[in-house]
Design a protein around this ligand. Structure first.
Ligand SMILES: [Cu+2]
Length: 256
C-alpha cells in the first residue's frame, strides 16, 4: 500500500515538473522571456548559476529521503529503524549549504547593486505609479504621457526614477531583468539599455482591484524614430493651447 503511495507521489512530481517547462519539451527556456538588456542577461546567468548550484541538494535530499523511507521502514517481520543523532553528518549538512549560500550571495550581491544604480545615463524618465496607471515624464523634453507605451531609443542607458502617489506598485518588465518597487514618498532608481522591440510588463505589487490591468508597454525604437516621436508629442502638447479639444498630453507642463 505504501509503495503504491510512493509511486503515486513520484508520478505526480514528474507530472508537475514536466508542466514547469511550459509544455514545450526540448526548449526549456521557453518559459522565460528572452533577455533584451545586459542586465537581463546577467539576471538570467545568475538564475542558472544558482539553479545548478542548488539542484544537487534537491536530488541528494529527495533521493536520500526516498532511500531511507524504503530501506528502513517497517515491514512484515521487521521493526522500523529507530536510530538518530549523527553529529558528523549534521555538521556536514549544515556547512555544505552554508558555503553554497556564500557562493550565491557573492555572485548576486554585485548584480543587485548594478540593477539599482545606472551607469552614466543617456536619458532620464520619471515614472509615477498611481492606481491604476503609469505616468512617464521626460524631463529633457517636457513631455508627460500616461496610459501609453513608454517610448525610448535603443541602445541607450535609460535611467528610471520612480515613485508612487498612493500605494506601493512595482514596475516590472521581465525582458529587461528589472522589477522595482515604487514607494510613496520615495524616489527609487533603476535603468535599462534595451535592443529594439516591443516589450510587455505589468505592475508586480498587488495594489488594488484593478491591479491586473496595470500593464506596461515599452517601445524601444531607433534614435530617428524616437526623435520623430518627441516631435509629434511636442506638437500634440502645444496644440490644445489654440484649439478647444483637450488632448490627454496637455498635462505635460505639470510640476516635476
Ligand atoms: Cu500597481
Amino acid at each position: 500500500m505504501k509503495t503504491k503511495s510512493i509511486f503515486l507521489f513520484l508520478g505526480l512530481a514528474a507530472l508537475f515538473l514536466s508542466g514547469c517547462s511550459g509544455g514545450h519539451p526540448g526548449d526549456i527556456t521557453n518559459w522565460l522571456q528572452n533577455p533584451a538588456t545586459p542586465l537581463a542577461h546577467e539576471v538570467r546567468h545568475s538564475f542558472y548559476f544558482t539553479l545548478y548550484l542548488i539542484l544537487p541538494f534537491l536530488f541528494i535530499a529527495e533521493g536520500l529521503l526516498i532511500y531511507v523511507i524504503l530501506r528502513f521502514r517497517k515491514k512484515p517481520g521487521r521493526e522500523p529503524a529507530k536510530f538518530h543523532d549523527n553529529p558528523k553528518l549534521e555538521i556536514a549538512w549544515t556547512i555544505a549549504p552554508a558555503i553554497t549560500l556564500v557562493f550565491v550571495a557573492v555572485s548576486t550581491y554585485g548584480l543587485i547593486g548594478r540593477i539599482n544604480y545606472s551607469p552614466e545615463s543617456d536619458m532620464q524618465v520619471e515614472v509615477t505609479a498611481q492606481r491604476f496607471l503609469w505616468k512617464y515624464h521626460y524631463p529633457e523634453y517636457g513631455i508627460t504621457i500616461s496610459e501609453q507605451p513608454l517610448v525610448v531609443p535603443e541602445d541607450k542607458v535609460i535611467t528610471l526614477l520612480g515613485t508612487s502617489v498612493d500605494v506601493i506598485h512595482s514596475w516590472w518588465v521581465p525582458a529587461f531583468g528589472i522589477k522595482r518597487d515604487l514607494l510613496p514618498g520615495r524616489i527609487v532608481e533603476t535603468w535599462f539599455k534595451a535592443v529594439k522591440g516591443n516589450y510587455k510588463g505589468q505592475c508586480a505589487e498587488l495594489c488594488g482591484p484593478l491591479h491586473a490591468e496595470m500593464l506596461i508597454d515599452v517601445s524601444v525604437v531607433s534614435q530617428e524614430e524616437f526623435e520623430q516621436w518627441v516631435k509629434q508629442k511636442l506638437a500634440e502638447k502645444n496644440a490644445p493651447a489654440d484649439s478647444t479639444n483637450n488632448l490627454q498630453t496637455s498635462g505635460s507642463a505639470e510640476t516635476k
